[in-house]
Design a protein around this ligand. Sequence first.
Ligand code: GDP
Ligand code: GDP
Length: 453
Amino acid sequence: SEESDWDLAEFLDGEDAEEHVAVPTLAVVGRPNVGKSTLVNRIIGRREAVVEDIPGVTRDRVSYEANWAGRRFMVQDTGGWEPDAKGLQQSVARQAELAMNTADAILLVVDAVVGATGTDEAAVRVLRRSKTPVILVANKVDDARTEAEAAALWSLGLGEPHMVSATHGRGTGDLLDEVLRVLPETPREGTGGTGPRRVALVGKPNVGKSSLLNKLSGDERSVVHDVAGTTVDPVDSLVELGGKVWKFVDTAGLRKKVSHASGHEFYASLRTKGAIEAAEVAILLIDASKPITEQDLRVLSMVAETGRALVLAFNKWDLVDEDRRLMLEKEIDRELVRVPWAQRVNISAHTGRAVQKLVPALETALESWDKRIPTGRLNNWLKEVVAATPPPMRGGRLPRIMFATQAGTRPPTFVLFTTGFLEAGYRRFLERRLREEFGFDGSPVRISVRVRE
Ligand code: GDP
Ligand code: GDP
């Protein structure tokens, strides 16, 4: 690969100085295969980089830092989630809805070669109501010939289709100029560290979500209000806890108590996924009085995949006796190995036991989720760890770890620049050491490896 790929100065430039300045977010939405990830890579200035994610972590909504014409912003790749064909329209519409609620500008990407599909139109129907600026991107316009086809996308009613080729870079500069024109200087409320933090209350049916929400909110202090720009679902609850207001997202269903009849399960899981994505931190409720189930782990996977901060709340603690407690410890060791970093709180929504402990757990988790390690400190630490415990040989060669940087927060995302692949075991070792050194309780941490062969 080219030397310029290794021009690391760009990563360092001003990074530590601007550590805590909140920047606006650009969400990239659209159906699968229209080229969202390719476009995101183009925007963040990554080449055909070998970025290998941790195994088991699927591609999903990840935010990256971008810089165009001296302005910094976050780019959110919403790709990845591809349910069956029936659910596709709904999931893309949902994605658009979430972007409207959380981003500062939206790129709707359409494949100009294929033309507008029913799924694209479903997204457009949602986005037409958007108060957040939307830019229509006609991708895969690799040459002048395709421009005529792209022009047909005017019919979507979202204004001018901005013609680009994400793979070749054609038109992307103009597109970014347009992005900067519509992107506000500062992030909207709730996305940049101001405004209430967003919490998703999730867990299988009957685990006690409604009971906990009622317990936390009481009757007087909670305020329910509609989220701007949406007509259907997301109704959030503002709840004051520990002297701070928190936004419990998408709690309408909890308050109304929708039925759990079979057939609703797919929609219930869609809804759970949506709530998690709209939130910054999830409280996963688990029934402590009964064995941990497959369903609990499914919801846990959703949280893990979306990269949100997490608090585990073991509910119905009033029903837990000593025998059950010992059993539960074993189940936790066995079933929750993938989130050893999650904080646990044992509560009873019924009696109110320990529910106030949720607040410090949420705060710690969010602090970790937002945390940025200055590049200098990170590399000093890395040098020491690698010197003491070098990575195992691969193909007779010792991979060299040249440099690390924290490419993003929410969740903390690290990129290691190496001269060879690092085995999963070694990456897990690095993550463990990273957590020992810097904390990150309550937050997932991502480590990508960028290899120069
Ligand atoms: P996503 O699912 O929307 O994130 O789409 P991807 O970024 O994974 O791209 C889907 C496919 O379209 C890949 O094979 C890309 O190489 C291809 N693709 C993306 N952008 C372009 C483009 O501008 N021109 C052409 N010809 N292909 C593209
Ligand atoms: P949801 O489906 O997750 O919203 O669960 P609900 O809040 O409707 O609770 C389901 C059932 O569990 C109800 O009968 C609640 O009274 C009961 N429940 C909820 N939390 C607790 C708890 O902490 N202790 C006990 N004993 N029962 C609880």
